[in-house]
Design a protein around this ligand. Structure first.
Ligand SMILES: Nc1ncnc2c1ncn2[C@@H]1O[C@H](COP(=O)(O)OP(=O)(O)OP(=O)(O)O)[C@@H](O)[C@H]1O
Ligand SMILES: [Mg+2]
Length: 226
C-alpha cells in the first residue's frame, strides 16, 4: 500500500500565460513512512498537497495510492476514494462551529459509512487527549485542542495517507511541538503514511525524512529554515 508519484506536473492558465508550478515531481512513500516538505513561500508545497489529496488534478504525470490510480476515477468515485483513503489537517482547523467535538470527528462518516464509527471517534478523541471535551463546541477549545480534534477527524476512516499543511502555523512553540509529536505518534499507531508541509525546521525534524520544494521539483533538504 505505497504511494508513487511519477513525473507529476501542474500548471495554471493565467492572464499572462501558462504558470508552471510543479514541473517534475517524483516521490515514493512506503507504508508507514513519513515525510516533511519544506520550501520557500510560493514554491508549490500546498499545490502538491492538494494533488496528493486528489483535491486537484495534475496537468500530467501519474499517481498511485495503494492499488488505486485516483486520477483515472470520475469525480464522484474520486470523492468517495478521497473520503475513505486520505485524511487532511490544515493550518486552520476547519471545524464546524455549531457541532460538538464528537460530532466534528464524525462528519466524514455522514457520507454513508456502513458501520457505526462513534466508538472509534470516542477512542480517537481519548487518544488525542480530549475525552473530557466531547461536548464542547470549537469556540470553547484552545487552538491546540482544535488541532487535536482535526487530527482525530482526519483519522476517523483509518486513511492510507494523512496530509497536513502547516498544521502548527497558528500555534505557539510549545503547542506546535505537542501537535507535531501527536501527528507522528498517531501516524505510527495507525500505520498511515504521513506527509507534512511546513516552514518550521523544528516540525520537519520531528519526522524521519525531509525534502525541499525548489523550482517545481523535490530536492534534498539543505537543513536551513525555508
Ligand atoms: N488556482 C491557481 N491559479 C493560478 N496560480 C495558482 C493557483 N494556485 C496556486 N497558484 C500559484 O502557484 C504557486 C504556488 O502556490 P502554493 O500555494 O502551492 O505555494 P506554497 O509553497 O504552499 O506557499 P506558502 O508557503 O506561502 O503556503 C504560487 O505562485 C501561486 O500564486
Ligand atoms: Mg502553502
Amino acid at each position: 500500500m505505497s504511494l508513487i508519484l511519477q513525473k507529476l506536473c501542474k500548471s495554471y492558465p493565467t492572464r499572462s500565460g501558462e504558470l508552471s508550478v510543479l514541473r517534475d515531481i517524483n516521490l515514493t512513500l512506503q507504508p508507514g513512512e513519513a515525510l516533511a516538505i519544506l520550501g520557500p513561500s510560493g514554491s508549490g508545497k500546498s499545490t502538491l498537497l492538494y494533488l496528493l489529496g486528489t483535491l486537484e488534478r495534475p496537468t500530467s504525470g501519474s499517481y498511485k495510492l495503494g492499488t488505486q490510480e485516483p486520477f483515472t476515477l470520475g469525480d464522484a468515485e474520486l470523492a468517495r476514494f478521497r473520503n475513505r483513503s486520505i485524511g487532511f489537517v490544515f493550518q486552520d482547523h476547519h471545524l464546524l462551529p455549531q457541532c460538538s467535538v464528537l460530532e466534528n470527528v464524525l462528519i466524514p462518516t455522514l457520507a454513508g459509512a456502513a458501520e457505526n464509527l462513534e466508538p472509534r471517534a470516542r477512542q480517537l478523541l481519548d487518544r488525542v487527549g480530549l475525552s473530557q471535551r466531547l461536548d464542547h463546541r470549537p469556540a470553547e477549545l484552545s487552538g491546540g485542542e482544535r488541532q487535536r480534534v482535526a487530527v482525530a477527524r482526519a483519522l476517523i476512516h483509518k486513511p492510507m495517507l494523512l496530509l497536513a499543511d502547516e498544521p502548527t502555523g497558528n500555534l505557539d512553540r510549545t503547542t506546535a511541538q505537542a501537535i507535531g509529536h501527536l501527528l507522528v505518534e498517531m501516524h505510527q499507531q495507525e500505520q498511515t503514511m504521513l506527509i507534512v508541509v511546513t516552514h518550521s525546521p523544528d516540525l520537519a525534524q520531528t519526522l524521519p525524512k525531509q525534502v525541499e520544494m525548489l523550482d517545481g521539483a523535490l530536492a534534498a533538504w539543505s537543513g536551513g529554515p525555508s
